[in-house]
Every structure is written in structure tokens, then in C-alpha cells.
Design a protein around this ligand. Structure first.
Ligand code: BTN
Length: 242
């Protein structure tokens, strides 16, 4: 496994994507950076991170045969890999928020941006970008509630060790994916899903409603049961957690 450590870059994911277009990049190549000038989040948001405090990295993963229709299990494998690597910190309420935010203490601890390259009906490679709040203390300027491992444990974390642990843990879960263990990944994901089975407020299409998350479909849609016991399904951005 090759790890390229950069001081500053626009985005580790943009950089790795470009590199993989220009040269034959090995499977499990990692690019990590101390700072990103154009860190990208999901649906064209920005990922902001103080210089030298957190983990910002992207991994190139190649597959021999992963059908597009199984993309949700890839999501599960990456989120679970991160989740399991973080368990040792005993963070309060460590959970995965659909589709793939890492939450602790009801705040965002990390985010994942998965960009897949397709050929016919297969995903042949993914650039998996991960931003994890590790030692940063102040998130007061953030547009959402965010937190770091240091905020929750009071200790400064050795980032390099954690980076290796995260990659190894993701590898374990990706092996389940490559072996077609989709049900297992789905089950484990559901077990640690943020707000599962608890009534909560949601918003969709300008309407506010109470419902409880009951799971995620095989195609990756969030399943919510409303007060009338109707089962609703949502794609990302079709529903908001209030
Ligand atoms: C999210 O919106 O929750 C996903 C955030 C992903 C951020 C990481 S940081 C490393 C990699 N490079 C990027 O530009 N984005 C991802």
C-alpha cells in the first residue's frame, strides 16, 4: 500500500482521481493531506478542516466485479470500516447517519465522499474520500453541529496511527463486499444506524412529518414509517432530518 502525504492540495480526491487518469495507480493507494484548499463534500458542499489537525485522505479501491446495483453495500463497507476503527475511543453515541456520515454525540465527526467509475453495469474503481475531525477543537463557524475525537475524549490523537487503523479496518469490510457478503454488511449497517426505530421529525417536499427510520432498502433508499404506518422511501436529499 502506498501512502502519499501532502502538505496542501486542492482536494485529495480530485488529486487521486487525476492521478488515476494519468497513470496506472495501484489498488489501495492513499493520498492524505494536512490541508485542502477546495475540500469537497457531498452534493457540492465544501469540506472545511483546520490545517494539521484532522485526517483528510482518499483511497483508490479497484474491483474485479462489483455491479452498480450493489453500490449501497460499498457505502456500508466504507462507513462500517470507519465505525469499527473508531470503537476503541469509546465515543458517546458513535453511529452512522444515512447515507454515510459518521456521528458521535449527535454531531458530525466525519464525512465520506464516494466517487465511482463505471464500465457497463460494473463499478471498476472508487475514489473514497474521508474527512475525520480528530484534534480540531473549535467548530463554532460550521453550518452544522460538528465534533472531534479530541472534543469527546480530551486527548490528543496520534493521527498517523489512526490513519493506518482506518485503512486496515476499511480493507476488512471491503473484503466482505468482494466476497458478496451483502446481507452481513446490510445487517451491521442497520445495527449502528443513527435514529433507527425512534420517532423523529423529518421534512420532505416542504412538508414536516413525524416518522421513524426502519431501515435502508437494497438500493440504498432510506425507509421511514410515518405515523399512519405508511412505509416511505427516500433518496439522498429528498428528506431532511430536523
Ligand atoms: C461529506 O460531505 O460529508 C463528505 C466529506 C468528505 C470530505 C473528504 S476530505 C478528503 C477528501 N477530499 C475531499 O475533497 N473530500 C474528501
Amino acid at each position: 500500500m502506498k501512502i502519499f502525504k501532502l502538505d496542501a492540495i486542492n482536494s485529495t480526491s480530485t488529486y487521486l482521481k487525476q492521478l488515476s487518469k494519468e497513470t496506472d495507480v495501484d489498488n489501495w493507494t492513499v493520498v492524505s493531506a494536512e490541508y485542502q484548499t477546495l475540500g469537497r463534500g457531498q452534493v457540492e458542499t465544501k469540506w472545511i478542516s483546520e490545517k494539521g489537525k484532522n485526517l483528510l485522505f482518499s483511497i483508490l479501491i479497484k474491483y474485479e466485479s462489483l455491479k452498480i446495483q450493489n453500490h449501497f453495500y460499498l457505502n456500508c463497507a466504507i462507513s462500517l470500516g470507519i465505525y469499527f476503527a473508531l470503537l476503541k475511543f469509546q465515543l458517546p453515541k458513535l453511529m452512522i447517519k444515512w447515507p454515510n456520515d459518521i456521528m458521535a454525540d449527535n454531531k458530525k465527526l466525519g464525512g465520506i465522499l464516494i466517487e465511482n467509475s463505471l464500465r457497463n453495469d460494473r463499478i471498476y474503481q472508487s475514489i473514497v474520500g474521508i474527512g475525520l475531525n480528530v484534534n480540531q477543537k473549535d467548530f463554532s463557524e460550521y453550518p452544522f453541529k460538528a465534533v472531534s475525537i479530541k472534543n469527546l475524549t480530551g486527548t490528543k490523537i496520534e493521527r498517523d496511527t489512526l490513519l493506518h487503523e482506518l485503512i486496515n479496518s476499511i480493507r476488512v469490510q471491503i473484503n466482505f463486499l468482494k466476497n458478496g457478503e451483502f446481507d452481513l454488511l446490510h445487517k451491521k449497517y442497520k445495527e449502528v444506524l443513527f435514529r433507527i426505530n425512534k420517532p423523529h421529525m423529518f421534512e420532505s417536499n416542504g412538508k414536516i412529518f413525524i416518522g421513524k427510520i426502519i431501515g435502508v432498502s437494497e438500493s440504498g433508499k432510506l425507509q421511514i414509517e410515518d405515523e399512519l404506518e405508511n412505509r416511505l422511501e427516500f433518496n439522498f436529499k429528498e428528506v431532511k432530518y430536523l
